[in-house]
Ligand binder design. Structure first.
Ligand SMILES: *Cc1c(COP(=O)(O)O)cnc(C)c1O
Length: 344
């Protein structure tokens, strides 16, 4: 077996239900960037759609097309990293919602739509301080005027206004939100009626009602990855959907070797700092090499025993991350795509 990442799709459904209950009446967009945070886009999307998720967010067009195939035609698929005419063409043909964060891309999208006789649904992004793509506030009025003209021409439709925030401090987020409000006001003043407003990801959508608007874009909490140094899983009502297990390869005195190493994505800095869950309970992870890792032994350890590195009834990805000063995503996203995913 080497090692297996078990993905609990029922748990995904429960996390989604919890997040949804908290953010309602705002709608929930499930974010599936980085292969659904390492869990596998297609399976995650199919289950999410079965649970009634109507919006899915993908970083790049290639992933968004995979989402469209898995989700069917009904779902709204939002993509926000779009580069090149080919990508724009594919995106429009697949009826995606496009996050547009610069004036040049707006013109490119309009041109492709014009040539193909389509109307592009765009969500205009205001840069509210993260400087990670987005139209700067001083350029917003001009961009909105262009959208007015392009909408009149019939090649674009202004579907939404959005931004992304740091979620690192309330003060900074409040400033971002003020900038977002101004951007929305400018769009409304230009005659666009009720654009879909979306600003918050996991943390702000959970903790701060005024950040929810019409739609929230949530990844981490749906996968059961809580923020490092933040509230506990129980408080948030979520639990990890992924459980990473490795078999015992050999028993050597007081050390047991397991079949997962740095090449499988086990972060070597964890050695000596965290416990993994063995049939006899928690034992220290003592060393990580390329293809295997060593764990403190237990009575009766034998080849073929299963050790849980993280997941249900064990440490969570964020628990491990906190031991080395990083975030849970860093642990979960490292698991190699070559490690088998098994869905339950
Ligand atoms: C990653 C991402 C999200 C989701 O963030 P989480 O903290 O995982 O919920 C939302 N929006 C954008 C633009 C993102 O890049």
């Amino acid at each position: 077996m080497s090692s297996v990442l078990h993905v609990d799709l029922d748990r995904l459904a429960r996390n989604i239900a919890v997040v949804r209950a908290r953010v309602t009446p705002a709608a929930l967009m499930l974010v599936v960037k980085d292969d659904a945070y390492g869990h596998g886009v297609a399976q995650v999307v199919r289950r999410a759609v079965a649970e009634g998720i109507g919006w899915i967010g993908a970083f790049d067009v290639a992933t968004a097309l995979e989402v469209r195939r898995a989700a069917g035609q009904e779902a709204r698929v939002f993509v926000w990293m779009i580069a090149g005419e080919g990508a724009i063409r594919s995106a429009l043909d697949a009826d995606l919602d496009l996050g547009v964060g610069d004036a040049a891309l707006l013109e490119e999208v309009a041109e492709v739509a014009r040539v193909r006789g389509l109307r592009a649904r765009i969500h205009l992004k205001i840069d509210t301080g993260l400087h990670r793509n987005g139209i700067r506030p001083e350029e917003w009025t001009d961009a909105v005027s262009r959208v007015v003209a392009l909408a009149r021409e019939g090649v674009v439709e202004l579907t939404g206004v959005w931004s992304h925030i740091a979620e690192a401090s309330d003060e900074e987020d409040d400033l971002s939100r003020a900038a977002f409000e101004q951007a929305v006001a400018a769009v409304t003043a230009a005659g666009f009626d009720r654009p879909i407003r979306h600003l918050a990801a996991s943390a702000a959508s959970s903790a701060r009602a005024e950040f929810r608007y019409d739609l929230v874009r949530v990844g981490a909490f749906c996968y059961g990855i809580r923020p490092a140094g933040g509230p506990a899983d129980a408080e948030l009502g979520i639990a990890p959907i992924g459980s990473w297990e490795a078999e015992v390869l050999s028993v050597d005195g007081d050390r047991v070797r397991i079949d997962a190493g740095a090449l499988d994505g086990l972060v070597s800095a964890l050695a000596g700092r965290v416990d993994v869950t063995t049939p006899a309970g928690p034992r220290r992870l003592v060393a990580v090499d390329g293809v295997s890792a060593a764990v403190s032994g237990w009575n009766g350890a034998s080849v073929g025993d299963v050790v849980r590195i993280y997941g249900a009834d064990a440490a969570s990805p964020t628990d491990l991350a906190e031991a080395i000063g990083t975030i849970g995503e860093e642990i979960a996203l490292r698991v190699s795509p070559l490690v088998e995913r098994r869905y339950h």
